[in-house]
Design a protein around this ligand. Sequence first.
Ligand SMILES: [Zn+2]
Length: 350
Amino acid sequence: MALHRFSAIRGHRAQVSALSRLILRGTPGHAYLFEGPEGVGKDVVAQSLLARLACTRADPASADPCGACPSCMAFIRGDHPDVTRLEKDGATIKIDQVRNALKRLRYEPVVGAIKGLIVESADLLREEAANAMLKSLEEPSGRTVFILVTSKPQMLLDTIRSRCQVLRFAPLSPDDVAALLIAEGQPEEMARPASALAEGSMTLGRTLCDGARMAFVDHVVAFALRLGIDAPSEAAAFVEGLGGRLAGIRPDESDAKGKDLVRADLPWILEILRSAWRDALMVATGMPAETLPHARVASGLRALAQRVDAGRLVAAIDATQRLEDKLVLNPNPKLAMTAVLVDAAVQLRS
Ligand SMILES: [Zn+2]
């Protein structure tokens, strides 16, 4: 826990301004559900909301906390006595954890203006634990704010959901991911390509900011920029080598292990290919290559943009998006990948 401020949040403008409006009108809710993809910053928004509501010297005209009162100082130290965080214990959030957390909410706030409870992965509240929480959500004590957070809203019980104000979060833009990664200290030459592949998630973005993973990205990008120049047999040789390069560096190691290319690998590889072609497309439409995610291969982007026209880059991107159909017909991921690359190579032939 740290002291977060709405004014410092990147992205989520609609969500932040909706919450800010409620604060400035003096009508914040007592139970929120923040739902949206993993790693986009829902928790930072939750902490910003609680920090402002708990602040005892906040400027009524500002949605930010003061930064100096005892409550703000407790957030800065990371040991706020009035804010409880409920996390999973094993695979679920257990009923005893809920009961203990609710017990802590019964007493008056120690340093802040409110008491707050953040429930991480609220979808892991099984029926019994959820029921224990329902009454509190229904009849809140005056100065308690609940924020339930989930990336799997479809798993949440309707009884919980219906008692919360729901705020839906979207993936971050690649620009926001890049800026946030750089702000966290990631080198720009990793943060930029990672941001193009992170699907709007800081969690995935951080995972990709890794030397071995970036070397793999570079390998695939180099191939993407060359596709259509080499003989079609190049595609088969490239696919043959992918499995060995992926061992130990898959973004989600739980999905696939070992040195064989598996289906779960294909979306990531296709996204890398598309990201390279998208950048070349941007160059073809006049964007300077140095401003794009794959700026470190700017000369390769320019060469591809000169070699083929924009329409054929779009066709190559489309070809990779048809992979799903191929997978249905083709249970072998290597063959499916090769087929897609041969399709794309036809588009990119000089
Ligand atoms: Zn304060």
